[in-house]
Each structure stands twice: as C-alpha cells, then as structure tokens.
Write a protein that binds this ligand. Sequence first.
Ligand SMILES: Cc1cc2nc3c(=O)[nH]c(=O)nc-3n(C[C@H](O)[C@H](O)[C@H](O)COP(=O)(O)OP(=O)(O)OC[C@H]3O[C@@H](n4cnc5c(N)ncnc54)[C@H](O)[C@@H]3O)c2cc1C
Length: 376
Amino acid sequence: MPTTETDEHKSLREAVAALGKRHGRDFNREQLWSEAAKLGYLGVNLPEAYGGGGGGIAELSIVLEELGAAGCPLLMMVVSPAICGTVIARFGTEAQKQEWLPALADGTRTMAFGITEPDAGSNSHRITTTAHRDGADWLLTGRKVFISGVDIADATLIVGRTEDSRTGRLKPCLFIVPRDAEGFTRRQMDMELQAAEKQFELTLDDVRLPAEALVGDEDAGLLQLFAGLNPERIMTAAFAIGMGRYALSQAITYARDRTVWNTPIGAHQAIAHPLAQAHIDLELARLMMQKAAHLYDAGDDVAAGEAANMAKYAAGEACVKAVDQAVHTLGGNGLTREFGLASLITAARVARIAPVSREMILNYVSHQTLGLPKSY
Ligand SMILES: Cc1cc2nc3c(=O)[nH]c(=O)nc-3n(C[C@H](O)[C@H](O)[C@H](O)COP(=O)(O)OP(=O)(O)OC[C@H]3O[C@@H](n4cnc5c(N)ncnc54)[C@H](O)[C@@H]3O)c2cc1C
C-alpha cells in the first residue's frame, strides 16, 4: 500500500476542496449534492459501465472528507453511493444496476439504508423485520429507527430477514423499498442535531414488494450486507475526519489572531499543544482509513473489515477530541452561533455511536483480533 497519495488523489482532493470552499458552512444541501454529482464526485466509486467514475471507496472517502473539511459534509454519501451503490454494483441484478447505478452516480436519485431496529440496537442479529413470500411477491413487516434521509431518498435499502425453507432459521436479506410504497410510513425523530439530513422511525406493515425488490441472492444476505457495511465504516471515518479538520482549522485561525495578553493565544502551549495533538490524531486516523479503503478496493473483505472498524474508531475519537478542543480554544465564542462550533459537539458524537459504537468496535478488536473471550 502506498503511504503517500497518488497525484490523481491529490488532484481530486484539491478539486473537491475548491468545491467545498465555494459552498462553505451555510451550504444548500440540494445544490451541493447536484453540483458534486455533475462533477462526477458522487459516483466516483461506481462502475464506469453504469455511469460511475470507476474508482473505489478510496476516492469516495476523499470527496466526503474534503467536503467535511470545508464545513459542508454530505451525510447521504455514506449511505447512497457507498452502501447502496456498492451492494447493488456487487450483488444486484442487471435490471437493478441499470435502474439505480446511473441515477445514484448522477445524483438524480438517492437511496437511504435501514438496518437499526428499536429492540435490536447494536445487536443486529436480533433484527425482526421479516419478509414472507406471497406468490411471486414479498410482504415485509417490521420497524426501524434512526434511519437518515428517508424523506429525500427515492427508496430505502431495508435489511430484513427471510425464513430458510429447510431449517426455519431467519437469514438476512436486502430489499429496495420505494419511498411511497403502501404500508411504508415514516415519522421524523426529534434529534438534537443541526443537520440537513433528518432521522426517521419507519414502520413497514405488510409492504408488498415484487420479487425484483430483493437485492442479490436470498442465501448470501450476510455476505452482501458486509459488502456494504465496510464502506459505511470507512465513509463514517471520512465524515469524522472532515469534521475534525474543519473544527481544527477554525480554532487555528482564531488562535493565531486572538490576543488577550501580549501574544496571540496560540502562542500559549496550553492552547497550541492540544491543537497539535488533535492534528496528529486526525492524521493517524486518516492513515488507517486509507489502509481500510485500499484493502476494500483490492477485494480483501476480511482484512478491510478489521481496518474499517479501527479507522471508524480512531476517526470518531479524533473528531470528538478535535471539536472539543476547538470549542475550548474559542473561549466564549466557541458557544456562539456566529462561529458555529458548538453544534459540532453533538454532531461529532454521531461518529462515536453510528454505524457501530465505540464499544462494539472494542469488542470486535478484543475478540477477533486479540482472541480474548466474549463477555456478552
Ligand atoms: C444521527 C444518526 C444517524 C443514523 N443513521 C442511521 C441510518 O441511516 N441507518 C441505520 O440503519 N441506522 C442509523 N443510525 C443508528 C445507529 O447505527 C445506531 O444508533 C447504532 O448502531 C447504535 O445502536 P443504538 O442506538 O440502538 O444503541 P444501543 O445498541 O442501545 O447501545 C447503547 C450503548 O450501549 C453500548 N453497548 C451495547 N452493547 C454493548 C456491549 N455488548 N458491550 C459494550 N457496550 C455495549 C453501546 O456501545 C452504546 O454506547 C443512526 C444513528 C444516529 C445517531
């Protein structure tokens, strides 16, 4: 794996940073989404044969990180091109690829992703949204919570389960559920987050879906699911690193200028060193994210799984610390709307919780990597 970025990656980073700078903190989500799509950034990871850029998660994560670093992250990138686009590109039928990939790439259609359930939470083995066959159709019933962007997405990729006809065991499967499907209702959740994307509680009440709504193979659901979850973790790392960099850059500018004794506050090591530490932590997290993206794009799903978890953990922690230190650096101004940093305190926590919490990653690393016994 190269430890420095290629010239192509550097150019992509610069071009996206310029786009982000034009939009900035007060960005209009729809405008930025369609401009990023037109420039080929949203579909950079999708196959060229279906209108994408032919790159991978390495390129897509650069796009999200740079938009975040400019103060205008597009959360739905974690979901629409990264999870849904990847799963459909790898496992979808030809008709699903034709229908969705060019539209996800050019930004004309968006897809949300729903796995989390109220009674399962971090334990996704406990999800109970279930699909039953009804003739050639499927009937899907269940509940989901915290699903982002369902109102702006044309469809949601829902993780459900079907019953194995031989063993009776429930196995995971993925369905594309159109926004206006009968029996598919949403209620906006009252979140303390300032973001363009909202979260929803979903109810699926015997939602009738045609056979073609099932993505990929009914018997390989878990494999297909993981193909989408690793990109999700890598993209959440990119989201966190971008946000951390944005907060840090605001703090650095402020610390250079603000003088209350005889020197700018940035000359005091009590202010400078934590900012330097935050920078180092973000850089380290990015290295792990690049490793994870490299492994994923090279087709090594197992090694990518471990690296993606570690990258998400490192990036979430680095982001929370960078935002906290940035807010502190601005003193009282850290809490004013004018500087807009305080709202990032809540936003940064998302990277610690979703899509998999800090503790569940520590569980994964202690069991899978270190071979320690399981406590739960
Ligand atoms: C802003 C936002 C957007 C989201 N968007 C989406 C989306 O688009 N699609 C989607 O499907 N989901 C989405 N989620 C849901 C997210 O993935 C879940 O919140 C996350 O998986 C954690 O589940 P939970 O909230 O039920 O927490 P719980 O599982 O109830 O966990 C609560 C706490 O207990 C800890 N814990 C649980 N089990 C253990 C254990 N065995 N050992 C140690 N600690 C443990 C956790 O680490 C956590 O700190 C979103 C969440 C947020 C906040």
